[in-house]
Design a protein around this ligand. Structure first.
Ligand SMILES: CC(C)(COP(=O)(O)OP(=O)(O)OC[C@H]1O[C@@H](n2cnc3c(N)ncnc32)[C@H](O)[C@@H]1OP(=O)(O)O)[C@@H](O)C(=O)NCCC(=O)NCCS
Length: 173
């Protein structure tokens, strides 16, 4: 199957938004998606973007049964390790079901690695759900180390009330 991987533009945000929802359905957490394509446009295509995104595209003659030619995406941003330095964090990697197994996911992952390396990132990091064994196997086959197994890291989140509580207790300037 022929496909290309390119940097997303503002015009791709509706398609990215569609696939974010598809990925959330796959991850059994569709009720958690609150982001709109307008917010993606604002946050990814402003002066200091909060994220970067690559999209995978197939030619018109290979479009999906529903008529889509943008069939996958990788959304990532930069983080920093106080031990190792620059790092890239892959927030989402997704390929539409009917296009899987054609090297598109690998293409997106490798391109994110290349973009990160060009910016001197020494790590590519991501999180994957415990039950998502096909994808865990996919990352393992590419050489990804499972940090929960090897180093015992847990993923921690503050949001909603727990985030507000922290803000409430912040020292005054
Ligand atoms: C993980 C994912 C992005 C991989 O994308 P992909 O385009 O299928 O990946 P590739 O084709 O490059 O490689 C898939 C591997 O699985 C194998 N495979 C074969 N048929 C497959 C199929 N129908 N579906 C998935 N993988 C298949 C491929 O042979 C390949 O193995 P190889 O590298 O040893 O050849 C994709 O399966 C996906 O979107 N999964 C659901 C969402 C998800 O879990 N995202 C990650 C969240 S952290």
């Amino acid at each position: 199957m022929r496909f290309t991987v390119r940097a997303a533009t503002k015009d791709d945000c509706k398609e990215i938004s569609r696939m974010i929802k598809e990925l959330a359905v796959y991850e059994k957490m569709s009720d958690q998606v609150k982001i709109s394509h307008e917010e993606l446009e604002r946050d990814g295509f402003c002066q200091n973007p909060f994220f970067e995104c690559l999209v995978a595209e197939v030619p018109e003659e290979q479009k999906s049964t529903e008529g889509f030619t943008v069939v996958g995406y990788a959304l990532y941003f930069y983080t920093y390790s106080t031990w190792k330095g620059r790092a890239v964090y892959l927030e989402d990697l997704y390929v539409m079901p009917e296009f899987r197994g054609n090297g598109i996911g690998t293409g997106l992952l490798c391109k994110v690695a290349e973009v990160g390396k060009k910016k001197q990132c020494v790590r590519l990091q991501l999180s994957v759900l415990d039950w998502n064994t096909p994808t865990r196997d996919f990352y393992a086959a590419k050489g990804g180390q499972d940090l929960t197994v090897t180093e015992g890291w847990h993923a921690i989140r503050f949001d909603g009330q727990s985030l507000d509580s922290l803000v409430h207790e912040a020292p005054t300037d």
